[in-house]
Ligand binder design. Structure first.
Ligand code: HGY
Ligand code: MN
Ligand code: MN
Length: 415
């Protein structure tokens, strides 16, 4: 074990996590912090102050990615990065993303308290828009940083009220070109994100640390269906063109394709399903669905998508409903960097912490950071694997262990 002795301020980290959780559009214990909402802006102010209190130098880019930096003795060298997000979908918990931001601040503060002196700078990123709620597309900040989304596509995004990224970021006080968000080549030497597992494996196996070798490839689609409306009493069954029922068949086709793919990593969800006019005594003339389809492999994801599209076309043809099936995003999976994983694995062994190499089925900003830097993730257990719900929970012990492993791993990457 290196002579580096660090101690994480477990109580202080726990307190900060709970303080940030109270900055929400919904009453506690629910956390809702949608990009550029009033709560998100208050949350950003809280995060900025927490970074400054940790002795880090803070800057924000044109879309609100926040960078908190500890300058190393050789500041021109590519930095060692960490970080995650603090935006939260509606009806979320307090740990998703936030553990990776406040936990990384604490990891750097603990290193500073230990007298450690980094050669490479250490930098924590709070990524803008990891969640898709505002614009329907997740990881917008890290996509722009990695250059995997064109400025034109980012500017074409609209929120449910029709507002653009440029309008909302200007209102939030962010200016500058979207091109300026892109990181220079080789900006990071390595990147390590701390996050709750959002799955049950670590808890079930009693293992405190997961090391991510693979992040599944996410894709999402918008489906709009137009049938014929009418009076629920007057329109007889054989002549109906009920858009909701076509949508229902498509939703079941998503489940069937995911279950039947032959891979446990294929997951399909219809998380948004709206109908119009939305009256109990009126046949739905319009339905709108959003499909989330992920897999660790592109070929099985593509096969599942083909089945879903075919089922949608059949259902709509049989019901006399028109179909508009539009891709929102379809991203490849990412591999964790084996060298970085091995360093983190050695740290765990020296700290006496069991670790497990695993797949992340949730996506993260690391999915895009892996395009521009050797990247891995450190997972900690969360109760029953619950996430994206207020009952989300991780123990202070596991959070502190995650921050400790992150601190030692970053220290070894920064020498
Ligand atoms: O949906 C996800 O995987 C991430 O939590 N945004
Ligand atoms: Mn999430
Ligand atoms: Mn997350």
């Amino acid at each position: 074990m290196s002579e580096l002795k660090i101690s994480v301020d477990k109580a202080g980290l726990e307190r900060r996590l709970k303080e940030l959780a109270l900055i929400s559009e919904a009453p506690a214990p629910v956390v809702t912090r949608v990009l550029f909402s009033e709560a998100d802006l208050r949350g950003r102010r809280y995060v900025r102050k927490a970074a400054e209190d940790a002795g880090l130098r803070v800057r924000e880019d044109a879309v609100g990615n926040l960078f908190a930096r500890w300058e190393g003795s050789e500041p021109d060298l590519p930095a060692v990065g960490s970080g995650s997000h603090t935006d939260a979908i509606p009806n979320a918990g307090l740990y998703d993303g936030v553990v990776g931001v406040l936990g990384a601040f604490e990891a750097l503060a603990a290193l500073r308290r230990s007298g450690f002196k980094p050669r490479r700078s250490l930098e924590v990123v709070m990524f803008t828009a990891e969640e898709p709620t505002r614009f329907g597309l997740g990881c917008l900040g890290s996509r722009l940083m990695a250059g995997t989304i064109s400025v034109e596509k980012a500017q074409a995004l609209r929120d449910p009220e029709g507002r653009t990224l440029d309008e909302l970021r200007a209102a939030a006080g962010y200016s500058g070109s979207l091109e300026s968000v892109r990181l220079p080549n080789g900006y990071y030497h390595s990147f390590v994100e701390l996050h709750i597992e959002q799955g049950p494996i670590l808890e079930r196996q009693g293992i405190p640390i997961g090391l991510v070798e693979h992040i599944a490839g996410p894709s999402s689609y918008r489906v709009t269906l137009h049938g014929e409306g009418g009076h629920a009493g007057a329109v007889l069954m054989p002549v109906r063109h009920d858009a909701l029922l076509a949508g229902a068949e498509i939703a079941l086709a998503v489940e069937r394709a995911a279950l039947g793919s032959g891979s446990p990593d294929t997951v399909g969800t219809v998380g948004v399903f709206r109908v119009e006019p939305g009256a109990v005594n009126s046949v739905p003339f319009k339905a709108y669905l959003e499909i989330d389809l992920r897999d660790s492999r592109l070929d099985t994801r593509a096969k599942a998508l083909a089945e879903i599209r075919a089922a949608a076309e059949t259902a709509c043809r049989q019901r006399g409903v028109t179909l508009d099936f539009e891709e929102i995003n379809a991203d490849p999976p990412a591999a964790g960097d084996q060298k970085t994983i091995a360093i983190a694995e050695k740290v765990c062994a020296e700290l006496g912490l069991k670790s497990l190499r695993m797949v992340s089925r949730a996506y993260h900003d690391s999915l895009f950071m892996a395009r521009v830097s050797p990247t891995t993730m450190i997972f900690i257990p969360c109760r029953n694997g619950w996430s994206h719900r207020p009952e989300e929970f991780a123990t202070a012990e596991h959070i502190a262990s995650g921050a400790e492993v992150l601190a030692h791993t970053m220290a070894r990457l920064a020498v």
